[in-house]
Design a binder for this molecule. Structure first.
Ligand SMILES: CC(C)(COP(=O)(O)OP(=O)(O)OC[C@H]1O[C@@H](n2cnc3c(N)ncnc32)[C@H](O)[C@@H]1OP(=O)(O)O)[C@@H](O)C(=O)NCCC(=O)NCCS
Length: 382
């Protein structure tokens, strides 16, 4: 059975002091409901992808489904750190494939900015091993800085190449009205920004954010009732890896990306070269460079050259993060995975406005949780 996406919605990402967490979820839900013939009563289950520790409100599914008017149907939370939204997508696909539900809402939502940066950094750091690592002060920027230093030492990757990823993503984020930062930046500005964790500067990092993005899924048969233009999920690969960075054999690659993408390509019967547009997990610029390699878009060690040659711009081999990526959309961690599916859906329906990749038939989503503890790779097709 093929799974179809029949509608999507996306809130504005950024600092959203103007709304509560349930109102933030409503913003994307309203858009999804307005853009399809789905009726609330058709939704058999709502899965909420979120990391609960950032919110004052505990047990989010209760408050969100009440506000969206989705009771008394099934609801619960999926948590896989920054991949919580994609974990929700995986659960929804399983319900539909098993015949336990026909139509499912996946709501990725996160409101992080009620906390300060040090508070958020401390919580994020605890997505690393608390017993052996975060006690020594590991932060996410610190973890990815280790990846960057290893990649630079092993393959000669340059700081300029990292910064070029930020320049590209700001170029496209400028065209995305839902992005947190809608501004172009120069290479000089990226290179000259303040150091966060060597070699990563401010512009090498994604920003903490508030936001929601949702997806409505159903089976192929029912999809026709809801829309003339469904988008199909041909594959959703997944993998996990050790929590502790000490147990990783190689710090210039994310092994769960390699495994999840192999599974996804096999399920979809495609190769990396068949992908027309990709949203990859660029929580830090080095993560995007490693994703080029781990997803098979270029050879191992050639990620720096791939961005030098502008192969991930529109017009290059594989346009990547043309919605601005986490770097400029912001990274409200539970909403990031579903936001990637929203972009894939829009690209395949030719609704991505100025950032449209013309004739896109196959879209890829790549969502990492933590430093690669969880990874989901989706393949969408028109
Ligand atoms: C990089 C980081 C430390 C900056 O936080 P900060 O020092 O508290 O920054 P502030 O919130 O004080 O913002 C200062 C300025 O920088 C801007 N800014 C903040 N983060 C930014 C980013 N990542 N990129 C570009 N600009 C950023 C703000 O908009 C603000 O601009 P303004 O002065 O014009 O208003 C923080 O964004 C961070 O920790 N990012 C990584 C998040 C992360 O690890 N997520 C999980 C990944 S898997």
């Amino acid at each position: 059975m093929r799974i179809a996406i029949v509608s999507v919605g996306h809130s504005k990402f950024g600092k959203r002091d103007d709304v509560s967490v349930q109102e933030l979820a409503f913003e994307s839900f309203k858009e999804a409901m307005e853009n399809s013939n789905v009726d609330k009563k058709d939704i058999d289950a709502s899965i909420i992808g979120s990391s609960p520790e950032y919110h004052k409100q505990r047990s989010l599914p209760g408050v969100i489904t009440e506000y969206l008017g989705l009771n008394p149907k099934l609801t619960y939370l999926t948590e896989a750190a920054c991949a919580s939204g994609s974990a929700g997508m995986s659960a929804a696909c399983a319900y539909i494939k098993a015949g336990l539900a026909n139509t499912v809402l996946v709501m990725g939502v996160q409101k992080m900015l009620e906390l300060t940066t040090p508070e958020i950094s401390s919580l994020l750091g605890r997505v690393g091993d608390v017993q052996w690592e975060s006690v020594f002060g590991t932060t996410f920027a610190g973890y990815y800085a280790m990846y960057a230093n290893k990649h630079m030492a092993e393959f000669g990757t340059k700081r300029e190449q990292l910064a070029k990823v930020a320049v590209k993503n700001h170029h496209y984020g400028f065209m995305n009205p839902k992005a947190m930062f809608q501004k172009e930046i120069t290479l000089e500005k990226a290179m000259g920004s303040r150091m966060v964790a060597y070699p990563l500067t401010l512009y090498d990092c994604c920003a903490n954010a508030d936001g929601s993005a949702c997806v409505i899924l159903t089976n192929e048969e029912l999809a026709k009732k809801y829309t003339d233009e469904p988008v199909f999920i041909d594959a959703l690969g997944y993998a996990s890896a050790e929590m502790s960075v000490l147990r990783r054999k190689d710090l210039s690659s994310v092994p769960s990306t390699v495994l999840a993408s192999k599974m996804a390509y096999k399920q979809a019967g495609i190769e990396p070269k068949d992908v027309d547009v990709a949203d990859v997990h660029d929580c830090f610029t080095i993560a995007e460079i490693m994703a080029y390699e781990d997803l098979g878009f270029c050879e191992k060690g050639q990620g720096g050259k791939f961005i030098d040659d502008e192969q991930t711009y529109i017009g290059g081999k594989i346009p990547v993060n043309v919605d601005g990526g986490l770097k400029t959309k912001g990274h409200p961690i539970g909403a990031t995975g579903t936001s990637m599916f929203v972009e894939g859906f829009k690209q395949l329906r030719a609704q991505a406005d100025k950032r449209q990749v013309s004739g896109a038939e196959v879209a890829l989503t790549h969502n990492i949780g933590g430093i690669g503890q969880y990874c989901f790779v989706g393949i969408l097709r028109r």
